[in-house]
Design a protein around this ligand. Structure first.
Ligand code: SAH
Length: 353
């Protein structure tokens, strides 16, 4: 009830907070203090903001809501250490975030939309359709709430959960700006990767934002006719123009782009795909991340999605070895959390309204 009337304070950038506090007749320096409580300490009540006078805390409570998400449930994999969190927004939408602990780091895979409008044929989120964009507060709260629940430092973030970050550009950018602030000590932008299907105008905008976040591009085929079939967005943003945008991003940010490539049997794992990838990338500073296709069987897909099958382990090995002889830098993504439907592309929840 209350959430509908109050404004989300989490997700506000420092300049917005400064503006709002000045509007309230308060001193500007309070904004920095509140900013730190929100994003560095991750407090869940205004009364935990100890250096904020009580009358200001009371004023804030009347205008703003602090918490944007509730933990609905969480589940840990029995075969690896992955944990999937299901959160509920104040509008009762459910979203998922995944924590992937590795030897030297702990990665959070976060969502940017409730569902996804893009309809990539191999992706469970695509099959569930689209409901709405997450706010910048809801994006950041996935980080704050999983950190708090784990009692452990998250070192890396990948914008690879539900949704397309570059279709929720303003809120994605705002969340990155907040993570980038000197006032927050716990995460560094060079440890954050934004993954996109290739929303070309926003790749340019992200490059020009000066944020220098890492970019991953979901390519999955180097031929327009195949990419059109598995990722309909390719009809709007075709490969040649996408590669130009990727080159611009790499030069502008001085970083290597990751090319994501989900291995689909008979579709993008043929010898001509090796030739195509070599031709496209031998002159570009990229690394290719080969992703074994995670089954969507739990979604009972129909049509073309139902026909998709994973490339065998042997063929993936052969494919990778052949590409390596062409001097391309390649890694194979270690699939995690498959038993709890937390692996890449498996995130999906039935809409409940
Ligand atoms: N919309 C963004 C981010 C979400 S998807 C994007 O597409 O990049 C994150 C990654 O998981 C993408 O590379 C996506 O192609 C991959 N993925 C989607 N479905 C998959 C599946 N069933 N198996 C393996 N990877 C998948």
């Amino acid at each position: 009830m209350i959430g509908k009337e109050l404004i989300q304070i989490k997700g506000m950038a420092l300049d917005e907070l400064e503006f709002c506090l000045e509007e309230l007749g308060e001193k500007k320096f309070r904004a920095k203090q509140i900013f730190k409580w929100l994003y560095d300490s991750g407090v869940t009540s205004f009364d935990e903001m100890l250096n904020i006078p009580k009358n200001l805390r009371n004023k804030l409570k009347k205008i703003y809501i602090l918490n944007t998400l509730r933990v609905h449930s969480h589940q840990s994999s029995k075969i690896d250490k992955t944990t999937k969190f299901i959160f509920e927004t104040n509008k009762y939408h459910k979203i998922e975030s995944v924590i992937i602990p590795e030897r030297n780091r702990t990665t959070l895979c976060l969502s940017t939309q409730v569902g996804c409008p893009l309809d990539c044929k191999f992706c469970a989120t695509g099959l569930m359709g689209y409901k709405q964009n997450l706010t910048s507060g809801e994006i950041i709260d996935q980080f704050l709430m999983t950190s708090r629940n784990l009692g452990k430092k998250i070192t890396n973030i990948v914008y690879m959960g539900m949704g397309e970050p570059l279709l929720n550009f303003e809120n994605t950018l705002k969340s990155l700006t907040i993570f980038n602030s000197d006032l927050i000590s716990n995460i560094h932008l060079k440890h954050i990767t934004v993954s996109t299907v290739g929303i070309i105008p926003n790749i340019y905008k992200l490059a020009d934002s000066g944020l220098n976040v890492r970019l991953a591009l979901s390519l999955h085929s180097c031929f327009n006719n195949i990419r059109n079939k598995i990722m309909p967005i390719n009809k709007k943003y075709p490969l040649e123009k996408l590669i130009d945008a990727a080159k611009y991003y790499a030069v502008k940010t001085g970083s290597k782009i990751t090319i994501e490539y989900v291995m689909l049997k008979g579709i993008n794992d043929r010898n001509e795909d090796i030739k195509g990838l070599t031709k496209l990338f031998s002159q570009m500073p990229i690394k290719i991340n080969i992703i074994p296709f995670n089954s969507l069987k739990h979604m009972n897909p129909t049509g073309f999605s139902g026909e998709l099958e994973p490339t065998s382990k042997e063929r993936i090995k052969e494919f990778v070895e052949k590409l390596r002889t062409k001097n391309l830098q390649i890694t194979i993504r270690d699939s995690q959390g498959e038993d709890i439907a937390a692996a890449c592309g498996q995130l999906a929840i039935k809409f409940n309204n």
